[in-house]
Design a protein around this ligand. Sequence first.
Ligand SMILES: Cc1cc2nc3c(=O)[nH]c(=O)nc-3n(C[C@H](O)[C@H](O)[C@H](O)COP(=O)(O)OP(=O)(O)OC[C@H]3O[C@@H](n4cnc5c(N)ncnc54)[C@H](O)[C@@H]3O)c2cc1C
Length: 436
Amino acid sequence: MIDLLRINDPEGEYPKSYYTSTVSIQNVLPSLQENIKCQICIIGAGFTGLAAALSLADLGYESVVLEANRIGFGASGRNGGQVGSGQRWDQEKLEMHFGFKQAQIFWNIAEEAKKEVYSRIKRHEIKCDYNPGVIQACINRRDTLDSYDQADQLTEKYNYQNLRKLNHEEISEILNTDFYKGGYLDLGAGHLNPFKLVLGLGSAALTVGVKIYEKTKVAKIEYGKKNKLTTSAGAVVNSDYLLVAGNGYLGNLDEETASRVIPINNFIIATEPLKYGFLESFLHHNYAVADSKFVPNYFRPSPDKRLIFGGGENYTYKFPKNFKETARKKMIKVYPQLKDSNIDFSWGGTLAITRNRLPCFRKVSDTAYSISGYSGHGVALSIIAGKIFAELIAKKSERFDFFSQLPIEPFPGKSSFRWPLMVLGMLWYSLRDRFR
Ligand SMILES: Cc1cc2nc3c(=O)[nH]c(=O)nc-3n(C[C@H](O)[C@H](O)[C@H](O)COP(=O)(O)OP(=O)(O)OC[C@H]3O[C@@H](n4cnc5c(N)ncnc54)[C@H](O)[C@@H]3O)c2cc1C
């Protein structure tokens, strides 16, 4: 049986990434050794699990977090750091499928999600290098016109006043490349160091009394009136309520979630600090960028003037050996001037996607829930998801129900056979990127 928690990383250790080089790693927290009972148990110490624990504490609930590796070991500690606006679907698509009223709810929750991130940063004094500004950069004229329509729609229908359209000349000047044909700048979105954020949330949770056990892998869940969890070391946890927040690393621990939410891998590189004169305008503006490819390139400057560049994904469990070179080639297409720059760091991470790319909020039983599958748009959404879980426990289930009623269908073949079909579909779209 393939173990997603171990297959690409040494057991219990963080990957060597630019992010891990920016903090001093704390001593490991004790793992769970004895049997315990608790009111609320959470599996996974990423953004979802920790935001849930913190929001529960705000409402007066105690919780226990079980983390197979370390706090922020998963996607939360490795991602592109973009705190994006909206959902994974744009508002027009949401309106088409669900009508304006529901699309407005999606938008409002996404706006609250960004605010929740800022407010946690402020409240817990987390120094995570936040900077405002994300550019939606378009690779051709058609995508540029679509992005202008989106900007108009957000400004006029949703009264979102943070957008500035960019033409070819403007975007080229800001980004020091003429690769992109236009797009828009979103000053209501931003970027940060996600590892510092997730560690900050972990410390805040410990401070308010959340019990976090690291190197504690849940090996089995028995759902019932109470939930019985058994760790790989044999300790048993009995909990009144359970949140499964293992996202892309969960594997088949919960079969129904596994059939709806599948892991894919995505890769990032970081250059050496860039020499004076290289990408000056880009470094000066300090905006993050996400482009319009099906497998998007996303990049941003680091405080020490590196280019952090995300590009390329794969759909098998194991990271490919050449992912650093794949990402570097993508970077050089955008920035040929960096062809001789050293790549100091390269790392990969596993995220979870759903079939339609909307998040998967599941009521597993009357006392057990799972939230995952943000499909690459989870930095802000996972943090509001944690808050929505806490509301549910406090008997305000409206927002959880809103998401849990979305049509998140199983992948064809359910959890065991979904791979070949999914891989074919994804490869087809990623190949299309080459001809646009
Ligand atoms: C390379 C990359 C780039 C990305 N870039 C962006 C971006 O720029 N913007 C954006 O919005 N989103 C981005 N994402 C997605 C975003 O990172 C995720 O949506 C978000 O971090 C999900 O948080 P989470 O807490 O649900 O999951 P995770 O952070 O993956 O946490 C899950 C945790 O559960 C633990 N776990 C799993 N199974 C068990 C078990 N059996 N027992 C105990 N613990 C278990 C894991 O060890 C892990 O720590 C990116 C993802 C990747 C991989």
